[in-house]
Ligand binder design. Structure first.
Ligand code: UTP
Length: 508
C-alpha cells in the first residue's frame, strides 16, 4: 500500500479527508487495507467529473414548454382506441415469444428507501390471500405468457428473465430465488447481474465517508442499466439466445404485464426500436413525467420542467395535450440497446438526487442527518429515448396495469395497501367479466361496485385473487367463473377454485 502516493493524489483532487482516520486507533490493519482498496478501486477523477456535470444544472429551473410537442398520433397506440389492431398485435407478440425472441429485464437495483424494508422490494408481500411476493407474481406471469404463446402457435419459446440488481439487492435476491426453486423458471433462464455503485458526494463536492474505513455509495440509478449491460456482457447473452426484443420494467408495479404480447406486437408493427408504455395523466398537476418530444427528440419531461398553462393545455378531443404519463415500462430492440451501450452511454448525464446521507463527522462519529446533506448521482433508464429515431408510445389503462409500491403504509399513496387493492380490484373485475358473481357471508349479493361494510371487510375491495398461472390478463376464466357465486375472500388458482374460508363457494 503506497499511502503517501494516495494521500498526494487525493490532496490534489481536494479529497484528502478520505484518509482523515487512517491513523485512528479504531482502524485495524484489515480495515485500513479495506479503506485503501475502497479508495484506489474508485475512479475519483471520474466521480468528480460526474459531480461537476450533474450539478452544473442543479438549480436551473428553466422550463421547456416552448420546445415541447406531443408524440405524433401515428406513433401512438392505445388499448382503448386501437380497436381491432389489438388482437393482431397480441397474436404477433405471442408468436415472437414462441420463437424465443422476447426477453424481459427487471430493474431491481434500487434501495427502496421510501418503503423502508431491509430486503429487496421484489421480496415484499403486500398481503394477498396467496401471500405471493412481487417476484413470485412476476415469475408466474412469465410462465403464463410462455404457455399462451405455446397454445397459440404450438411452439414453446422461453422468455429469459434478466434481473439487474445492485450491491444491496443481489445476494438476497439470488438466495430468495434459490430457496423458492426460481418459482418454476428454469435456472438458466434467470440471469442476475449487478449495476455499479457511485460514491455519494456532499454539496461541496467532497466524497462522503459512510464509515471511517468506507466510502458511502449508492446505485447509479436505473439508467445504470446500460453500463451494466455492457460490463456484464448481458447483450452477448441475449444475442446467444436469439433475443431480439426486450421488455424492461420496474420491480414495484404490482400490475406489470411481463413481456406483454400486445405491447411487443404493437412496437414491432410500428417498426420501433424503442417504445414506452404510458398511462393517461390523471390531472394536469399530477407529479408524473410525460413522454413527448423536445427539440425533436423523444424525452420524458418532469412536471417541474413545465409551466401550469402547458400542463393544463388540452387538445381538440378534450384530453390533455401532454397526457402520456411515463410508467417506466419500455420496449427495446437488441440493436438499439447495442447502439446505446457501445456508442451513446457516455453521453447520458447523471441526475442529482439530494438525500440525507449518513456520514462520519470530524470527530469520527457517524451522523444520520435530518436534512439532505449531499447528493446521489443517478442516470435514468428513459434518458435513451433521445437516441431513438423510431419511437412508439402505447397507452394502457392505469387501473389495469399500473400500481407502484413506493411507500410504507405511513404514506397514503402507492403503498402496500393501494398495491394490494389495485390487484384485487382488477381480479374482481376479471371474474365479473367472466360471468362470476359475489355474495357476502350472509348470502347477500355484493354489488359490482362494492362499498365498505364493517362486518365483511373482505368485500371492500372484494378479496378476489387470481393466480397468474391461471390467467395472464383475465383470459380463460369463463369456464371457471361463468354463472358461479363466490364468497370472498377467494383465491382462484390453476388447479381449482380454492376457498380461503369454509363454505365460501356456492355453485349455482
Ligand atoms: P425508484 O426510483 O422508485 O427507486 O426506482 P427505489 O430504489 O425503488 O426506491 P426509493 O426511491 O429508494 O424509495 C424505480 C425502479 O428503478 C429501479 C428500482 O429497483 C425500481 O424498480 N432502480 C432504481 C434500479 O434498478 N437501480 C437504481 O439505481 C435505482
Amino acid at each position: 500500500m503506497d499511502v503517501t502516493a494516495l494521500r498526494n493524489k487525493l490532496s490534489q483532487l481536494g479529497q484528502d479527508h478520505l484518509l482523515e482516520f487512517w491513523d485512528d486507533p479504531d482502524l485495524t490493519d484489515d480495515l485500513r487495507r479495506s479503506l485503501y482498496d475502497d479508495i484506489t478501486g474508485t475512479n475519483v477523477e471520474e466521480v468528480l467529473k460526474f459531480f461537476e456535470t450533474s450539478t452544473a444544472n442543479m438549480n436551473n429551473s428553466e422550463k421547456v414548454d416552448e420546445r415541447m410537442e406531443p408524440i405524433p398520433s401515428e406513433l401512438f397506440g392505445s388499448v382503448t382506441r386501437s380497436g381491432k389492431n389489438l388482437d393482431r398485435w397480441y397474436k404477433d407478440g405471442l408468436k415472437q415469444i414462441s420463437q424465443g425472441k422476447v426477453g424481459v429485464l427487471l430493474l431491481a437495483g434500487g434501495q427502496g428507501t421510501r418503503l423502508g424494508v431491509k430486503y429487496p422490494k421484489g421480496m415484499y408481500n403486500v398481503g394477498l390471500p396467496s401471500e405471493k411476493t412481487l417476484y413470485q407474481l412476476q415469475a408466474e406471469r412469465i410462465l403464463k405468457a410462455q404457455e399462451l404463446a405455446l397454445e397459440l402457435t404450438g411452439e414453446k419459446g422461453v422468455i429469459p428473465w434478466y434481473i439487474m440488481t445492485s450491491e444491496h439487492t443481489k445476494e438476497p435476491t439470488r438466495e430468495f430465488f434459490k430457496q423458492h426453486n426460481h418459482f418454476g423458471i428454469g435456472e438458466d433462464d434467470l440471469v442476475l447481474f449487478e449495476q455499479e455503485m457511485l460514491p455519494c458526494v456532499s454539496f461541496e463536492g467532497k466524497i462522503i465517508l459512510d464509515q471511517k474505513h468506507k466510502i458511502s455509495r449508492a446505485p447509479d440509478g436505473n439508467g445504470g442499466l446500460y453500463r451494466a449491460l455492457g460490463n456484464c456482457k448481458i447483450l452477448d447473452d441475449m444475442e446467444r439466445r436469439g433475443v431480439t426484443y426486450v421488455h424492461v420494467y420496474c420491480v414495484d408495479n404490482i400490475l406489470v404485464k411481463m413481456a406483454d404480447p400486445t405491447f411487443i406486437g404493437f412496437c414491432i408493427d410500428k417498426g420501433a426500436n424503442c417504445g414506452a408504455k404510458v398511462v393517461e395523466k390523471a390531472y394536469p398537476t399530477e407529479p408524473v413525467g410525460v413522454v413527448c418530444r423536445v427539440d425533436g427528440q423523444y424525452q420524458v419531461v418532469e412536471y417541474s420542467e413545465i409551466t401550469l398553462p402547458t400542463a393544463e393545455k388540452r387538445s381538440e378531443d378534450g384530453r390533455l395535450t401532454f397526457s402520456a404519463g411515463n410508467i417506466c415500462n419500455h420496449f427495446f430492440t437488441i440493436e438499439f440497446l447495442k447502439s446505446v451501450v457501445n456508442e451513446n452511454e457516455s453521453r447520458l448525464r447523471h441526475h442529482v438526487a439530494k438525500k440525507k446521507i449518513p456520514f462520519i463527522d470530524g470527530e469520527g462519529k457517524r451522523i444520520a442527518p435530518e436534512k439532505p446533506n449531499g447528493i446521489k448521482m443517478e442516470k435514468f433508464v428513459f434518458d435513451v429515448f433521445r437516441f431513438s429515431n423510431n419511437f412508439a408510445v402505447f397507452e394502457v389503462l392505469r387501473e389495469d396495469e399500473f400500481s407502484p409500491l413506493k411507500n410504507s403504509t405511513k404514506s397514503e399513496k402507492d403503498n402496500p395497501t393501494t398495491a394490494r387493492h389495485a390487484l384485487l380490484s382488477l381480479h374482481h373485475r376479471w371474474v365479473l367479466n367472466a360471468g362470476g358473481n359475489f355474495i357476502d357471508s350472509d348470502g347477500t349479493p355484493i354489488p359490482a361496485i362494492p362499498s365498505r361494510r364493517a362486518h365483511d371487510p373482505d368485500c371492500y375491495p372484494v378479496t378476489c385473487e387470481v393466480s397468474p398461472l391461471l390467467s395472464y390478463a383475465g383470459e380463460g376464466l369463463d369456464k371457471i367463473c361463468n354463472g358461479k357465486k363466490f364468497c370472498p375472500p377467494i383465491l382462484l388458482n390453476q388447479a381449482n377454485v380454492i376457498a380461503e374460508k369454509q363454505d365460501t363457494i356456492n355453485t349455482q
